[in-house]
Structures are given as structure tokens and as C-alpha cells.
Write a protein that binds this ligand. Sequence first.
Ligand code: C5P
Length: 406
Amino acid sequence: MNDLMGKHIVLGLSGGIACYKSAELCRALIKEGATVQVVMTEAAEHFITPVTMQALSGRSVYGSQWDAREPNNMPHINLSREADAILVAPCSADFMAKLLHGGADELLSLMCLARPIDRVPLLLAPAMNREMWAHPATQRNMAQLQQDGAAILGVGSGDQACGETGDGRMLEPEQLLEDLVAFFQPKLLAGKRVLVTAGPTFEAIDPVRGITNLSSGKMGFAIARAAREAGAQVTLVAGPVALATPRGVDRINVRSALQMLAACEAQAPRADIFVATAAVADWRAADASEQKIKKDGSGLVPQLRFTENPDILHTLAQGERARNGALFCVGFAAESHDLLANAQAKRARKGVPLLVGNIGPATFGLDDNQLLLVDAQGSRELPRASKQVLGRQLIAEIARRLGRHE
Ligand code: C5P
């Protein structure tokens, strides 16, 4: 993907063992389309060499405010003016303390201080021992840095290089990448709560068998991520899929349609937007067996009977919140032909303001798709693109219908 195409990122490294992750982060930023200029403190150079970072970024690394390569001899000014964002990863406890006081005795802190504060965001990825992280001084510094306009990307939890276990690890490169991409997205749904269903459901026949379908869940996960990127609080009710949870999204795992309905009904009273992308099984076994149904050698086959599952989307769309306009419901239709007519009919049947049609066989399990948006005014096509790009476009369309524009 090219989520950072055209962005110029200054990647700052302060001293910490997490510097080894910055090499991977640098690669990930470049793979996503960004250009990366690395700036390192002297302490960082004890952990990883500028040679490594130069080779990965394709640009020579800056480490000193006395670097005479710049014609005006002001790397702190030039580097910070060119940046779309400065990301300090790892940001050590000492470097946080220095930033807090506006210290500027080496290039990285000098450049952070000299950045145009309204135009060039500063993002910090802290990395330190758990005691250092929990210390009131660090927590105080972090709160003050946020007040001063820096974005703190949080820390991970787990084993630390020192042998202890707890909070304070630097986030993984792919997590930092996801956070940075999200940072650049317009906050169209700030303050909104979004509920998304995704994936298939699994309807048990007995404890070891069941019926399900081939839904990958990718479209729903992409929509949940896009809603989060847009600043919403997102709950994702997911059927059985092995996809990673998007950063910052609350996930509720369910198996059956009945469980999915229960989870959605519990969440709906707080939601402002409901997007139903799940491929809910239409039927479940009428009398699922508590024990495994055994083949007894007689040649007789079990006679399965089915009962209809509740329609989750229709149920929520008929609820009081949806009817008085407090819950905006969006449905999906996976069709094989006559997309427009089928989507229009489904919109009416489900009683939702917006229905999104797609051709099922052309998108099942893939990373891209093509959508047809159908509402009371007419229809609009979103041409083939990655599900993540389409998810963002759909979120923008929903936001527009709620009166929010970029
Ligand atoms: O009726 P059909 O399954 O084609 O409708 C698809 C839309 O309805 C999707 O948005 C899907 O998530 C939702 N749906 C649901 N509960 C069902 C069946 C479908 O929420 N039992």
C-alpha cells in the first residue's frame, strides 16, 4: 500500500535498546511510500550505527548541529522545515525530559524545538524500563509534552531487555506505522461511536462440526480501522476470523449469529453508526447436538433441520435509536448480478439509509474490492481499490451524510 505516499518523515532516534526496531520501522515507512530522513543522538549511535540507517533510508544520517553539509549550516532549521512529521522512535526517558524543558544541546532536540509547531507535528514513541515508565517524573513529563502539542504513541507491554516484564517497551514497527498512517487521516468522526460487524458466523451442528461461509472479514476490519483513523471509538464484533485487530479498536469475538446479535444489541445503545459487513449465516441447526454425532456404520445419515437466524441489521435498524435518527445504519449486499437493483431492493427491505453493494465472487478473500453506494438520492460507484482505501472512502461518505466534511 502507499498510505504515506508523498510524506516526508524525519525519524529521530534517541538512545535505547529499542533502536534495533527503528531499522525495521524505517523500512516500513519507506515501503509505505514515505521519504525518511534519519536524525540520531550520540546515545542512539551506541545502539545502532548511522551506516545501517543510511542504507535503509537511502539518505545520509544527521547527528550533529555542527554538520557543515548544509550550505547555511543550519540543519536544525532545514530538516524541520521539510518534514510532514517528526517521529522520535525510540524516545528515551531522558529525551522526553529534555524536550519538556526545551533543551537544545544536540541536533535532535534542537530540531524538535525549532520545528514550526503549527505545521510540523511531533510524535513520540517512548521506550524504557517499566520502572522508568511508571515513575511520576516520566508520567508528568508525558502529560506536559502532550499539553505542549506532542502526540504520544503509547508503549507496549511484555518482556523487557533488562529481564523485567511490564509497560514501557517501544511499540512494534508495524504498530507505529499504523499509528502514523492514522495520524494523517482527517478526524471526520471524532467523538462518534461506531459499531461494525465483520466476518462469517459459525453455526454449530455438534461440538465439532458446523456451517459457516467463506467471508474473510477483511472489508469489515478495514472499515473498523478507517473509522478509528477518523477519530471514532470503534467496537468490532467479529465472527471467527484470524485477522489482527486494528490498532485502538475494541474487539468482541463471537461465533454464532445469536451471539453476534446479543453483542450488537448490547453495544447499540451507545453507538452513533452501525456498519453491518458480517456475512451472517441465514440458518442455524434447529437442534444442535450436545455430543458429537457418530457414524454408527448403519449407513444412515443424520437428518439436519434448520431454523432461520435473526437479521441483525434489520433488528438494529428497526430499533428506537435508528428510527429517531440517533443510530445511522449501513448494510452490505454481496450479489452475483444486477447489483444496483438488488442493492436498492435490499436497502428498502432492511430499512437502512445507506446500502453498499459489492459483487461477492469478485472480492471474496481478496484485498481489493469495488463498491456501489445506494441511498435515497441514487447511487455512486467507488471504483476498484484496496479494501483499506475503500473503507476510508466509505467512512468519508458516512461522515458527509452526518454533516461532517473534511
Ligand atoms: O439479507 P442479506 O444477508 O443479503 O443482507 C446482507 C446485510 O444484512 C449485511 O449488511 C449483513 O451484515 C446483514 N445481515 C445481518 N443479519 C443477518 C443477515 C444479514 O445483519 N442475519
